[in-house]
Design a protein around this ligand. Structure first.
Ligand SMILES: [Zn+2]
Length: 305
């Protein structure tokens, strides 16, 4: 399965701060005129600019997805700490091609099948993740401000750290994209659920989430699905990898034979791209796909699928 591209989703979106946000730069500023905690910056064609690294968003998506999965069943998401015996990457260390007449392909299948649901999307040390985010750059002007903070010790009620100043982003719009490859339909459901939780203010990004920082709005602009060409895919259906594999492969990878979304809206564009069929959906249609995929995830998590 991993050597071939069966399906993919690319979502383009904008992101803007609702409350102030702070994605901390890693370095320590030696310039006393600059805040102690600075917003991360990079060089672009237009000079130095604040930006939002894709990795900071991915981390937020993973940890929320893990929470949702564990709530349904603690076995659905491991704790991704290398020292824990239950971490999939550690558990799967011993699965290799040298033992039990394993081939490379069926080692890959075993690793996928035996990884928890969170690792199936986000990966572990034995499995490459399927979801990636681009870095997000501003679409126009941005505005940052300096805020002052202290950390109060819960024991002594005295100032434990600080005062320190931090540079927060208060205005601006960022442009980004995410790509999900070789997905099962329930992956879409988790993605959609996390997007909703972000827009509801339940999930925040960056530093100071308990200080009222980190609330953002993410607006999907366009969704582009690519599906491997296979006769008989109706335009009203979106297929997960389970639909593309044969019975033996399905068993090996542990994917479902009814891995599809039905009654999806008509795409605005269909392109033939060599071995792939590319379908483009606008924001309105995407929100219908979101609803359908969340409903399908619900069924799965309640054990009805
Ligand atoms: Zn895992």
């Amino acid at each position: 399965m991993h050597k071939r591209l069966w399906n993919s989703l690319k979502l383009t979106f904008t992101l803007r701060p609702v409350s102030p946000i702070l994605i901390k730069s890693g370095g320590i500023s030696l310039n006393p005129a600059l805040p102690d905690m600075q917003f991360v910056r990079t060089f672009t064609a237009n000079g130095e600019s604040v930006f939002i690294p894709g990795s900071s968003l991915k981390g937020v998506f993973r940890s929320f997805s893990e929470k949702v999965l564990r709530t349904a069943d603690p076995q659905f998401a491991c704790e991704p700490f290398p020292n824990l015996e239950s971490y999939c990457g550690r558990k799967l260390e011993r699965v290799d091609a040298k033992s039990e007449n394993n081939t490379k392909e069926n080692v890959a299948a075993q690793i996928y099948r035996q990884s928890c649901r969170a690792c199936k999307i986000y990966g572990n040390t034995r499995l490459r993740g399927r979801l990636s985010f681009t870095d997000m750059y501003p679409n126009g002007p941005t505005k940052t401000e300096t805020r002052y903070g202290v950390a109060i010790s819960r024991l002594s009620h005295a100032v434990a750290v600080g005062p320190f100043d931090m540079e927060v982003l208060v205005a601006g719009q960022f442009q980004g994209a995410l790509v999900l490859e070789n997905f099962e339909v329930w992956h879409l459901g988790l993605l959609a659920l996390t997007l909703q939780a972000i827009n509801d203010g339940i999930v925040k990004i960056g530093f100071g989430k308990n200080r009222g920082l980190g609330q953002v709005a993410m607006q999907v602009q366009q969704a582009t699905f690519a599906l491997a060409k296979k006769t008989g895919i109706p335009q009203s259906e979106l297929w997960g990898v389970g639909m593309f594999l044969d019975d033996q492969n399905r068993r090996e990878y542990g994917v479902s034979a009814s891995d599809k979304l039905m009654n999806v809206p008509q795409p605005t564009q269909v392109h033939d791209v060599a071995v792939l069929l590319q379908r483009t959906y606008q924001a309105q249609q995407w929100s219908e796909i979101e609803k359908a995929s969340i409903a399908s995830l619900n069924q799965l998590l309640e054990g009805k699928a």
